[in-house]
Design a protein around this ligand. Structure first.
Ligand code: HEM
Length: 459
């Protein structure tokens, strides 16, 4: 017996557009899940989307025989700049996805990411130096500094190119253009074509942001052609690599789209994760105390080395728990390969958009219990983490379209957190601050400020 998918009352023509918070749609998805349950359906200007938000349903759609990634709405608009680059490609039906996937996957293997250790530490040291030099009185915007860190790190490690964001008062203009481009891409997805055409100023700004982003990736490519780096990097692989399966390489256009993809996908997510982690640690002093004890015991004053990566069990638990409550990529989108039935009773047609609500599913009480919304790293220590039901924790996506940069992000975040914990006593600027979110393609804490006191109690 099948049942219709629950759906809130709709307004004629507009559908459920008024049900969504324009700036923070993720909050609306969460609230609607509380009202309508693990599956519900919305219609935006006639486009139907199914929202799912329980571990069971996330697990069900994590089956590549039945479901595949769908590039629609905001992500489809991101194609205006990133084309068929890895993240926004429709999938294997676009040959460039397969070529880039096979060529670039190995670049992000553990050994290659380990080789990026020194360049990562170079950028992390710039952040530490800045915080030390400004001193404890400076009000630090960690999201802004972590964005400097992660953008410079992906650029230096993968593209041998220095953005020097720590030497600028304002964010690098690429970062600003990218943020504005992503916000506008999301808004466009919910705008009528006619309305869009009547927004010349917005459209011109959108074009200009793409031009600024395009200029940087062209510059990176030209630099490589003119002065190939001594140490081969991702750009070298893109320029010279040949796919074993097809014998083909990447075109210049596709290389630029993939460089842009790595700059977009490779920094916002990790900077958000680092910001969430500091927020949760500062709100949970006992977790901060345990983490500091782990770092002090293992390293003392010795700087972290490449052999220390993945050797901090409590830190890994803290990072997993931060990504559970603050999955910086809060949704992903899939579609059934054929007409299907979800959850044993809800029919879903082929090609219908299914929004996989990771942000909500990560708090599923069936998996995480009644304190699902509490930050408790202990539940993420190895033994418990490995015993979780499949796909209960899925911040990096799934399967062949899952995150290619996961080992990079994982190493970078460990290095940054260990180094910061070793060097500073952190305090919140406003101790009464409660988490506010900012959403673009990703989510991160908003209006969250800290002070960094150089540690006086060095072990
Ligand atoms: C894909 C999350 C860091 C590059 C994804 C997806 C998720 C994700 C959820 C799948 C998206 C989908 O299904 O539509 C994250 C998180 C990160 C992170 C939470 C950090 C904490 C990175 C980094 C890089 C990167 C550092 C680059 C070095 C990519 C790329 C894809 C991707 C290229 C598309 C892969 C494909 O479809 O072939 N990421 N990511 N990500 N990520 Fe990440």
């Amino acid at each position: 017996m099948t049942s219709p998918i629950p759906s809130p009352p709709a307004v004629p023509f507009l559908g459920h557009v008024t049900k969504l918070d324009r700036d923070l749609p993720i909050k609306s998805f969460d609230l609607l899940a509380q009202q309508y349950g693990e599956i519900y359906q919305l219609s935006i200007f006639g486009n139907k989307s199914v929202f799912i938000s329980s571990r069971d349903l996330v697990n069900e759609v994590s089956d590549e025989k039945r479901f595949k990634k769908k590039v629609s709405a905001g992500l489809k608009e991101v194609r205006n700049a990133a084309g068929d680059g890895l993240f926004t490609a429709y999938g294997p039906e676009e040959p460039n996805w397969g070529i880039a996937h096979r060529l670039l996957m190995p670049c992000f293997g553990t050994a290659n990411v380990n080789n990026m250790f020194d360049d990562m530490m170079d950028v992390i040291s710039q952040l530490v130096l800045k915080w030390e030099r400004f001193g404890a009185r400076e009000m630090i915007d960690p999201a802004a500094d972590f964005t400097r860190l992660t953008l410079d790190a992906i650029c230096l490690c993968a593209m041998s190119y220095r953005l020097n964001s720590f030497y600028r008062d304002e964010p690098h203009q690429f970062a600003t253009a990218m943020t504005d481009f992503l916000i506008e891409s999301g808004l466009r997805a919910n705008r009528l074509t006619l309305v869009q055409a009547m927004m010349p100023g917005t459209n011109a700004k959108y074009e200009e942001d793409q031009r600024i982003m395009g200029e940087l990736v062209s510059d990176i490519l030209e630099e490589h052609r003119a002065h190939p780096p001594a140490k081969p990097d991702l750009v070298q692989v893109m320029l010279t690599g040949r796919d074993k399966e097809t014998g083909l390489g990447l075109t210049d256009t596709n290389i630029k789209q993939n460089l842009l993809t790595f700059l977009i996908a490779g920094h916002e997510t990790t900077s958000g994760m680092l910001t969430f982690t500091l927020y949760f640690l500062l709100k949970n002093p006992e977790a901060m105390r345990k983490l500091r004890e782990e770092v002090d015991t293992k390293l003392g004053d010795r700087p972290m080395g490449v052999h220390d990566v993945n050797k901090f069990p409590y830190l890994l638990a803290v990072m997993r728990e931060s990504l559970r409550l603050g999955p910086t990529a809060p949704i992903r989108t899939v579609t059934p390969v054929e007409d299907t039935v979800l959850g044993g009773k809800y029919p879903v047609e082929k090609d219908v958009t299914i929004i996989v609500g990771i942000y909500t599913a990560h708090k599923d009480p069936k998996v995480w219990g009644e304190d699902a919304d509490k930050f408790r790293p202990e539940r993420m220590l190895d033994g418990k983490f490995k015993a979780l039901p499949p796909n209960a924790w899925q911040p990096f996506g799934y399967g062949m379209r899952g995150c290619i940069g996961r080992p990079f992000a994982w190493q970078e975040a460990q290095m940054a957190l260990v180094t910061i914990i070793q060097r500073f006593d952190l305090v919140m600027h406003d101790p009464t601050y409660e988490l506010e979110l900012k959403q673009t393609l990703t989510i991160k804490p908003h209006n969250f400020y800290i002070h960094a006191h150089p540690r006086k109690d060095k072990p």
